[in-house]
Write a protein of this length. Sequence first.
Length: 407
Amino acid sequence: MNSLFAGQAGTTQDEILLESHYSAHNYAPLPVVISSAEGCWVTDVDGRRYLDCLAGYSALSFGHRHPALIAAAREQLDKVTLTSRAFHSDQLGPFSRDLAALAGMEVVLPMNTGAEAVETGVKLARRWGYRVKGIEPGKATIIVAANNFHGRTTTIIGFSTDPTTQDGFGPFTPGFRAVPFGDLDALTAAIDETTAAVLIEPIQGEAGVVVPPSGYLAGVRAACTRENVLFIADEVQSGLGRTGATFACELEDVHPDVYLLGKALGGGIVPVSAVVSTWPIMEVFDPGSHGSTFGGNPLACAVGHAVVKLLETGEYQRHAATLGRTWLDQLQGLIGGAVTGVRARGLWAGIDLDPTIISGRAACERLAERGVLAKETHESTLRLGPPLTITADELTWATDQLRAVLS
Ligand SMILES: *Cc1c(COP(=O)(O)O)cnc(C)c1O
């Protein structure tokens, strides 16, 4: 046994060495070793504090250790944590009822990670395509958008258009067609009698918080209705308050056929994802056709239910919408020099940088030195998504640090 690092613990450098020795290098983390957190703030092993403006890519939308979510988890930990779906639990029903109502839907299929929700959505669309729409067996297609991000399974990366996610992992699952995001004509032209679903992020997160042209989502909705195609909205990152609305689709008054949810649904405590839809669609799943050992476990349901309760009042959504408006003004004030473009909806922003002036990575390192955590996406875009619990003063302070780094 290699005991090179046994017993060694403490400083940032020690912890980074230990982690990189024993833990696979599928990420390139910033050199910050977090050991505790509360609300919008994290503390590292050397006692430094940082304002968390990544918030676990929306998984921490309610901040770290939100009291209501921790209380729900604690209470459930003392009762029962896992039953498997071989039996019922007293947590799945109430969670499903209230999540379905929040989404204006009828039925919930619980899973764990976002990628599993997407995989479930793909299976749902295909089976619906064959059994309800009558697509010729084995021929179903799903239309996706270029520059999508839907997770990391082999099927999902197979319809990614980002070569770095695919390199060396093929062969991939057939049955997907990618069209440019935001181009309604291209999407409409791609629909034919084999099309079961359109699967898109209403705002593309990993692509850099890319907001489609206004009217696009309504156009997708209309095309799907006209052509008898399911509109599946992947709101794993955009959903549950992030954009100032419960769902990003609501910003355009659009109601999809299927919502895919995750990240914030687990309250930053446990992975919880869900496919949310109506009965005429979801009823294509019968016993044995799909499942998950952990999906819908009582602990996950208790936490997910507490998240739904937080969102039912609309308070977080309003806060994100209100703060988001002033924030967008502040961010637009940064344009010029290193900043070439800014997009934001609610508490979610993409800031394009001129890589000849500063790379996204370098900007994040300098932000961290100033006590703000953020992460670049695709080298030259900063993606900011602080907890929805952030105050106006904290957000202004974060923007001040950003200004200092970028000017
Ligand atoms: C993060 C993300 C996923 C994948 O979620 P995981 O929990 O990491 O599997 C899927 N879709 C979108 C839009 C995401 O942002």
